[in-house]
Design a protein around this ligand. Structure first.
Ligand code: PGA
Length: 238
């Protein structure tokens, strides 16, 4: 685990962007797993800018959506789908053939999760996985609990997750979500873990204790051999 302390969102976004560019240059066909939310937005904007300025080839890169709220229309601005379409797919002109994504309205969870797992298996492992941390320590929508199912699945949202800004700011509600499991995430070649945003101190302190704890799912990243954690000092005072 490499820990990098950055002074603010701009510094974190630039550092993460450099890693995304590096991964793309090294492997133009790379599969990127994409977290949504406030933490990575600046990094995605910086990446799109670099691609356009340096005319980088994104014609083969692939995108995988980390998670999704269940029960919302895809077009709802609260969805991870809307976020990824706006911040990455449209600006980079990545079509459906290079995009793997949970359908928020699919009610048959077993077949939906099998479809996503099969598509990942066909594509190969995740090359570069961008993750944030929840206020409750979650990773994707792998929520805190006494035990954690390691597979891609539909989950019941934790009370704190239901207050996430994506839902609140768009006056939307969700009680369940789809998420990649820790098994898929920990099989990534490289993980970029962004610890940023208000009310993350407790989760961050628990993560830095270096103890695996199912009540803080992000602690499972200590089992991964190639993770860089970016700590935004502006938000954390740690
Ligand atoms: P955030 O969300 O980046 O918007 O803080 C992270 C999360 O809740 O997983």
């Amino acid at each position: 685990m490499k820990l990098i302390r950055v002074k603010d969102d701009a510094e974190m976004s630039a550092a993460v962007c450099d890693r995304l560019v590096c991964c793309l240059k090294k492997k133009p066909t790379a599969l990127f797993c994409i977290a949504t939310g406030g933490s990575p937005t600046g990094a995605y904007a910086a990446f799109v800018k670099r691609v356009q300025e340096e005319k980088l080839d994104t014609s083969q890169m692939k995108i995988l959506k980390l998670d999704e709220w269940c029960g919302l229309e895809k077009e709802n601005p609260a969805t991870c789908e809307s976020y990824i379409q706006t911040h990455l797919l449209r600006p980079l002109q990545i079509g459906e053939d290079r995009y793997i994504s949970f359908d928020p309205l699919e009610t048959n969870a077993d077949s939906e999760c099998r479809r996503i797992s099969d598509l990942i298996a066909e594509t190969g492992n995740i090359d570069c996985c961008i993750l944030g941390i929840g206020k409750n320590g979650h990773l994707g929508l792998n929520e805190p609990g006494k035990t954690i199912n390691p597979f891609t699945r539909k989950v019941t949202l934790d009370a704190r997750t239901k207050t996430h800004a994506m839902l609140k700011e768009n006056k939307s509600e969700a009680t369940q979500g789809y998420t990649l499991g820790l098994k898929e995430l920990l099989a990534s070649e490289e993980i970029l873990f962004l610890i940023s945003g208000a009310e993350k101190e407790d989760a961050c302190r628990a993560f830095l204790r270096q103890e695996i704890n199912t009540e803080i799912p992000a602690t499972f990243l200590w089992l991964h051999g190639n993770t860089t954690a970016f700590l935004n000092q502006e938000d954390l005072e740690i």
